[in-house]
Design a protein around this ligand. Structure first.
Ligand code: SF4
Length: 721
């Protein structure tokens, strides 16, 4: 079996460092900045590669991958003269990223075939004039999870004073269902535990997630849980090698032994079969009388309805829909009843569904059944994606601003903010399609690539007359959907900021990043750009935005207006990073009006009308982070290219196919041609393809509650090419 992690990862990281220069890379990873990649979090004031518990070394290959793109040379100006937008469209996303760092504002007007460099003055003037000539309700603002809390707070403040609530962040296309589902059950939408709780957990569920690839340092926690006699239960349609055995590079025993066992139990559930499985486990717990009645009576609502629904759900329905046999479900339920400190963690295999919120509510309900929320060392852990995606939402980059923040801002500045609900990301895309949007301001990310139904996304974006992108490197989003005017503004990375910035991890821990030396002479910081535009559009009233290009001043405002961030007002002097108050639940007193948690009744979705189609989920590869492709080669799955469809071997043979044959995939919205068939240990009837390429097959339908598309379930027909 291929060794996942270990020396391969070390070798990769060394190779990455050799490209940038060892000293440069070392300086970067040791600097006091938050890791730029995932929200597990490390770095900040304790130092690079150190976590909030002071442990060292805490780093992974993904952190190095992100640094390579940031430490690139600037893109030579002649590239934009030579290469047309169409030619960029035909270039692989990986190559586009590798052209280098953007070091000048770029502009194209309607009908231009090329981007051209322009001055900052000209770029800002065009943007300010356009804002002034646009009705606020015909604009939308979007932020990726890479930006700082300071830039995000300023962005939403400007947008609202400008007159719109069309302010949203990338979580609508990732973990929104976690926030909505958890809030409906416990009144809080983020992890209920802190990092230290993981070290005492004795049973960890990993549901719809592949941390070996996406949150590599979580693997250390899983490995340690097993080592101290605990258990790890993985629920995932595909058998991911890294979740079976992983070589943790920072652990000698794991490194030298060729890897540590991770999953004790691996349940290959059907895609979207999670609710059925979770109900099955709950049913077995209830039938064995091992639920925690005292906790339920004192701290929860809705138990009777929940039990009634579980009792009325037949084992036949559970087994059929989950794809897991009864004996295994009983075994897992028995394990669940044996351990006292259980953590439920999950990622987008749960949230990327049209019933993602109900998936999350099912997890929370199962946890409540045995009182696994509201005590130390046990609880809920949504595995969030980008390094500050949680913070961006916390400080108000959402279409509906929390009442408390809204009131506090209104009071602070003696202003009235718009009250009509803003549009979420998909609503903005749909409105664009209907010619209802004239201006999009996109702070980081790649909105085109992250959208489902790529044809729809391109068409909708094409209908927005003016788009502004703030990015460090080029991506496909700069070339698709840009028939009309577009400006790309080059921004500084976190470790090039001249002022400190803050970020929030998935454990609700806020880090302070020092920033560092500017690598390029012609990039600006996000806060400086937003403040200048706001000043140009709104003047100095009602807020003097000249003052708000000071990050410290913005932090003072955040501490005054955002609940839980009170300690932020002192962070510039104390340098003391902090846990956001009111988010950790070590006691069973929840953030609901009566302080009780709620069980939720969640229906199992039954699919009867898709005969002859496969359930397809789109996934990230090991050499990828969100829509950024660092490497075409997926070492963990042994795939050398991305135009593949991964299938169960029985499905391959029953269709008369063979490995490496070419097939076409067709869904209700699109088609992918000439895809190589590859064998994968995945539940029969389920297939896997790579995101974002297979977005062409994903419909735009969203979960009505989270507004998140079902990237993990498209019905797809396969035919020989
Ligand atoms: S696990 Fe996440 S936070 Fe930690 S080093 Fe890797 S990418 Fe950075």
């Amino acid at each position: 079996m291929t060794i996942i992690g270990g020396f391969n990862n070390i070798q990769y990281s060394l190779k990455a460092a050799s490209k940038t220069g060892y000293l440069t890379m070392l300086r970067t990873v040791f600097s006091k900045n938050t890791c730029k990649t995932c929200a597990f979090g490390m770095g900040g004031q304790k130092g690079g590669m150190i976590n909030e518990l002071g442990q060292f070394p805490q780093v992974c290959k993904k952190a190095f991958q992100a640094q390579i793109t940031d430490i690139q040379a600037p893109i030579p100006s002649k590239l934009f003269q030579e290469k047309s937008i169409n030619s960029f469209k035909n270039t692989s996303p990986r190559l586009i990223e590798r052209y280098g760092r953007i070091n000048s504002p770029l502009y194209k007007s309607k009908g231009d075939t090329h981007y051209g460099e322009i001055s900052w003055e000209m770029a800002m003037d065009k943007i300010i004039q356009k804002f002034k000539n646009t009705s606020p309700e015909r604009s939308f603002f979007y932020s990726s999870g890479r930006s700082s809390n300071e830039a995000a707070f300023l962005l939403q403040l400007f947008a609202r004073l400008y007159g719109t609530n069309n302010v949203n962040n990338c979580s609508y296309y990732c973990h929104q269902a976690s926030g909505v589902g958890m809030s409906s059950c416990i009144g809080s939408g983020t992890a209920t535990i802190q990092l230290k709780d993981l070290s005492k957990a004795d049973l960890i569920f990993v549901i719809g997630a592949n941390p070996s690839s996406n949150h590599p340092r979580y693997m250390t926690q899983l490995m340690k849980c097993r080592r101290r006699g605990g258990k790890v239960i993985v629920i995932n349609p595909a058998k991911e090698k890294g979740l079976q055995k992983f070589s943790v590079p920072s652990d000698f025993r794991s490194l030298l032994s060729g890897g540590s066992p991770i999953a004790n139990e691996y349940l290959q559930v059907n895609i979207n079969g999670d609710i059925a499985l979770l109900k099955g486990i709950a049913k077995a717990v209830i039938e064995s009388g091992k639920e925690n009645q005292e906790f339920i009576k004192q701290n929860t609502n809705g138990y009777e309805e929940y039990v009634e629904d579980i009792r009325n759900t037949s084992w036949e329905t559970i087994v059929l829909n989950s794809g897991i046999d009864l004996e295994k479900i009983l075994e897992i339920a028995n394990l669940y009843c044996t351990y006292n400190n259980v953590v439920f963690s999950w990622a987008m295999g749960i949230t990327h569904h049209e019933n993602g919120v109900e998936n999350v509510e099912s997890i929370v309900s199962l946890a409540l059944l045995r009182a696994m929320v509201g005590k130390p060392n046990a609880g809920l852990l949504p595995l969030r994606g980008h390094s500050n995606v949680q913070g961006i939402g916390s400080v108000g980059v959402t279409p509906v601003l929390k009442e408390k923040i809204l009131k506090a801002i209104e009071k602070e500045f003696e202003v009235e903010l718009p009250k009509n609900p803003g549009m979420d990301t998909m609503e903005c895309m749909q409105a664009s399609m209907q010619n209802k949007v004239d201006f999009a301001f996109l702070l980081g990310g790649n909105l085109y690539s992250s959208n489902p139904h790529s044809k729809f996304a391109e068409e909708a974006l094409n209908k927005i007359h003016f788009k502004v992108y703030l990015n460090t490197t080029l991506n496909s989003g700069h070339f698709y959907g840009v028939d009309d005017e577009a400006i790309i503004l080059p921004v500084a990375t976190r470790d090039e900021e001249q002022q400190t910035t803050t970020q929030e991890s998935m454990f609700n821990f806020v880090r302070l990043s020092d920033g560092g030396k500017a690598r390029f002479e012609n990039v600006h910081t996000e806060v400086a750009i937003i403040a200048e535009i706001a000043r140009g559009v709104l003047g100095n009233k009602p807020i003097d935005f000249r003052v708000l290009d000071s990050h410290e001043k913005i932090r003072k405002l955040i501490s005054k207006t955002v609940s839980g961030f009170e300690k932020m007002k002192d962070i510039d002097n104390s340098k003391e990073e902090f846990q956001i108050s009111g988010r950790t639940f070590h006691n069973p007193s929840f953030s609901t009006p009566d302080n009780k948690a709620s069980f939720k009744v969640c229906p199992i979705r039954e699919f009867n009308d898709h005969k002859g189609s496969f359930r397809m989920m789109s996934v990230r590869s090991e050499g990828q982070f969100n829509s950024i492709i660092y490497d075409e080669f997926d070492r963990f799955r042994g795939q050398t290219s991305r135009n593949v469809v991964m299938m169960n071997k029985d499905d391959i043979s029953s269709m008369g196919l063979k490995e490496n044959m070419l097939v076409n995939l067709k869904s209700s919205v699109g088609e992918m041609q000439n895809m190589f068939v590859r064998e994968l240990d995945i539940t029969p009837g389920n297939i896997m393809t790579y995101y974002p390429e297979s977005n062409v097959l994903i419909p735009t339908a969203v979960d009505p509650r989270s507004k998140t598309p079902g990237y993990k379930l498209a019905w797809v027909k396969i035919t020989p090419a």
